[in-house]
Structures are given as C-alpha cells and as structure tokens.
Design a protein around this ligand. Structure first.
Ligand code: S3P
Length: 424
C-alpha cells in the first residue's frame, strides 16, 4: 500500500482545549475482560484504531458477540475453538493478551498477524504460559504464527526479566483460570492497567510495588467509559512543546503513571505541564494535561523513565531536535521489538529532516540543532513514526510522510485533528 502524504507546516501557537480518542491499552483490556465474563458488558468510547478491531475480531472467532461497545459473551469457559487462524493484524497487544486468555481453554489455536507482527519476538510468551501448564510453540525464529495448546492450568510464580505490561497481562489472564493463586513480578515502570482492574474486581493484589498476586476466578461483566489515550495526547502536547506561545489542554485522558513518562521528560526539558486528576475509574486516575511552551533543553532518559515513556520515545526524538544540547535515551533496547525497529526508524526520521541523531548501544542520542527541516520520512509501516513525523512537519514542513495511512492503527483521523488545532 502506498499512501504518501505531504503535511505541514502550520504557523502560530496552538491554544485551547481538545480531547483525543479512547485509550488503546484500556480498550483492548476492556474488550478482553468483558469477553471473559459471562453476560453483557458495555464499553463507551472504545479506541477507533485498527488494533482494537483486531482484538474484537479475534474474540468474535471464539464465539463472543461485539457490536458498538456491547460485548455479549457466554463466559470464557464456553469460548469455542476457532475455525481458522486468529488474525491479530498489526497488534502485538492483541496477540500477547489473547495468547494468555486462551492458554486455559481446552483447544489448540494459532495466533498470527501481518508481516510486521510476524517479525516481532514471541518466544518471551513461552516461559510465562508454560509455567502455568499451557504449551506454546513459536516459529523457528521465535515469532508468530504461534500455536497454543490450552490445558487446565496450575498456579505458579514467575519473575519476567523485562518490564512488559503485555507479558504481565498475558500471564495474569491465564492465571485467572488456574487452580490456585499465582504471582508475577518484573522490573518497574510497566503500565499497570490490568493489575488495577483485577484488584478493583477482587481478583488480585499488588504485594510489593512490582509483584502482583492473581486470585483465580470469574470476572464480572463490566460497564466502563474508556478515557482518552495519553499516547495520542502526547502528539498534541509535543506540538505545544515545540511551538512558541502555545497553551494547550487535553481533557479526559488516562493518567496512569506508567503512561506519563513523556510528561516527566517534557518537564525536564522545560515545558510547563500541569496534570490534574478529575475522576477515578477501576482505580485509574483520569484527568487533564495542560502544556505551555517553554525554552527546551536536552535531557537524559533512562531506567524506569524509559519504560514509562517507551511508546513516546520516537516523538521525544523529534522534540529533542528543537532543544538546546543533547538528549540521550538509554535502556531502550525494547524499542527494537516494536512495530518497527524504533531505534533505527527514529534516528532515520530525525536525520532525514536535517537533524543530528545516532544510535547507541541501548537507545539513541539527538543533538538539538534548533529544529528540523522539510524532507521525506520513511515510516517503516509504523504508526508512531508516521505521527511523530507529522508533529515535526507542523513546525518544519512540508514533510512527505511515506505510508502515512498507517496512523489508522491507533488514530484514523489523526492528521485532520492535528491540523484542526490551527483552525479553532
Ligand atoms: C502495551 C504495552 C507496551 C506498549 C504497547 C502497549 C499494553 O508494550 O509498548 O504499545 O497495552 O500492554 P510492552 O508491554 O511489550 O512493553
């Protein structure tokens, strides 16, 4: 598919209040939790992206009815064996979460996805699901398609070596079906949406800041309103950060601390950001992010801050090009396992727009050069690279974004809504 798009520049500050579509991580989880429960769940404000449709499609293949936020399920114990492969499209979250959910079902199923998803590492699922008693087979390269032979599961404790919410969630969804409690531990910084929800419905507890105990049993049908996606809000906040005179508020977004690393980074860089919680849902804070432009300086991003800002690191690479001095991102090896190798694709994006960036052993470094220039960005079929390039284009454009339509994976109307910041 070729769908190049030339975007930007736009002049003047961005001001006012806007909203963004429903959160992707929470939408996947709400669908899966609702489908595991017996009965009817109602989810308002599901994210509009193709990844969420992938989760809905996989659940439908198991006998769950999903239409416009209503999920009607016979309960996980009555999920049917799927007829063909379960196609997760471009969505790693769909594949990993569903692998966990079906690990306790007494049938064999194959999970697969598009060519980008088939390059991503899946061997990491084997240990956490096999310790509970399921059997998981990946391709010889450790990738999808993966075959899961579900079994009756036994409770187990595991320490996962990486701070991955997807792996923790896969384990937890399987462990809900085990014969006794299980525990999962990992390094810190992960988004803990699953842990907060399971705790809210009485199915588990954080025993330490990182160790979660899962108490097996059924989930109740849910009624929820998905808050806005902070990873989508981040693109708009970044525009405010690089555009003098801006003062922009994003309302109604998830403020889960595992999602707000980009706020901490931008504050360190000199953006004036206020975060205000206005409500709680299933133990999760929801509220507003207000960003006012300030003079930007480079910073260091490492350790759990890297984990908490992981999906926003390509975008922060663009912001860093507008800062004084050097921004160094480390402990970010996981970026190589995303929709593209995001260390390589971010460095390529920044340099193709006239910036200075280079790969390092565990991340990348950007040297601020006062901004970027017009150019062309190859997006490597990665929505976050395309959208980060569009943010660069607002200030530096025109930028030709290759395969720009890939933004639909998380936010189909992204370019129009970004441009609308200058129309209101
Ligand atoms: C996600 C977890 C993160 C993140 C991904 C969504 C989730 O992945 O990068 O976009 O919804 O659990 P990892 O858990 O692999 O770090």
């Amino acid at each position: 598919m070729t769908d190049d798009r030339t975007f930007g520049p736009f002049s003047g500050p961005v001001r006012g209040s806007v909203t963004v579509p429903g959160d992707k991580s929470l939408s996947h989880r709400a669908l899966v939790f609702g489908a595991m429960a017996e009965g009817e769940s109602h989810i308002e404000g599901l994210g509009p992206g193709a990844d969420i449709e992938s989760t809905s499609q996989v659940l439908r293949s198991l006998g769950v009815e999903i239409a416009e936020g209503t999920v009607v399920s016979p309960g996980i114990a009555a999920w049917q064996a799927p007829e063909g492969d379960l196609d997760c499209g471009n969505s790693g979250t769909t594949l990993r979460l569903m692998a966990g959910a079906i690990a306790g079902r007494p049938f064999v199923s194959t999970l697969t996805g598009d060519s980008s998803l088939q390059r991503r590492p899946m061997r990491r699922l084997v240990g956490p699901l096999e310790v509970l008693g399921a059997s998981v087979e990946t391709s010889g390269e450790g990738t999808a398609p993966i075959e899961i032979s579900g079994r009756s599961l036994r409770g187990a404790d595991i320490a996962i070596p990486m701070a991955s919410a997807q792996l923790r969630t896969a384990f937890s969804l399987a462990a809900l079906q085990a014969d006794r409690p299980s525990r999962v531990d990992s390094p810190p910084g992960f988004r803990d949406h699953t842990e907060r929800y399971l705790h809210a419905v009485g199915r588990g507890e954080m025993e330490t800041p990182t160790r979660f105990r899962i108490d097996p049993g059924p989930l109740p049908p849910l009624r929820s309103a998905v808050p806005g996606d902070p990873s989508s809000a981040a693109f708009l906040v970044a525009v405010a950060a690089i555009t003098p005179g801006s003062d922009l508020t994003i309302e109604g977004v998830s403020l889960n601390p595992g999602r707000l690393g980009f706020v901490d980074v931008l504050r360190q860089m000199g953006t004036d950001i206020e975060v205000t919680t206005t409500e709680m849902q299933f133990g999760e804070p929801i509220g507003t992010i207000r960003a006012r432009h300030g003079q930007l300086r480079g910073c260091r991003i490492s350790g759990d801050l890297t984990v908490r800002a992981l999906d926003e690191l390509p975008l922060l690479g663009v912001v860093a090009a507008y800062a004084d001095g050097e921004t160094r991102i480390s402990n970010a090896g996981e970026l190589r396992a995303k929709e593209s190798d995001r260390i390589a694709s971010t460095v390529a994006m920044v340099t193709s727009l006239g910036g200075q960036a280079r790969e390092t052993a565990s991340g990348f470094t950007v040297i601020g050069t006062g901004g970027l220039e017009p150019g062309r960005v190859e997006t490597d079929h990665d929505h976050r690279i395309a959208m980060s390039a569009a943010v660069a284009a607002t200030a530096a454009g025109p930028v030709e974004i290759a395969d720009a339509a890939v933004a639909a994976v998380s936010w189909p109307s992204f370019y129009e809504e970004l441009e609308a910041l200058w129309l209101s």
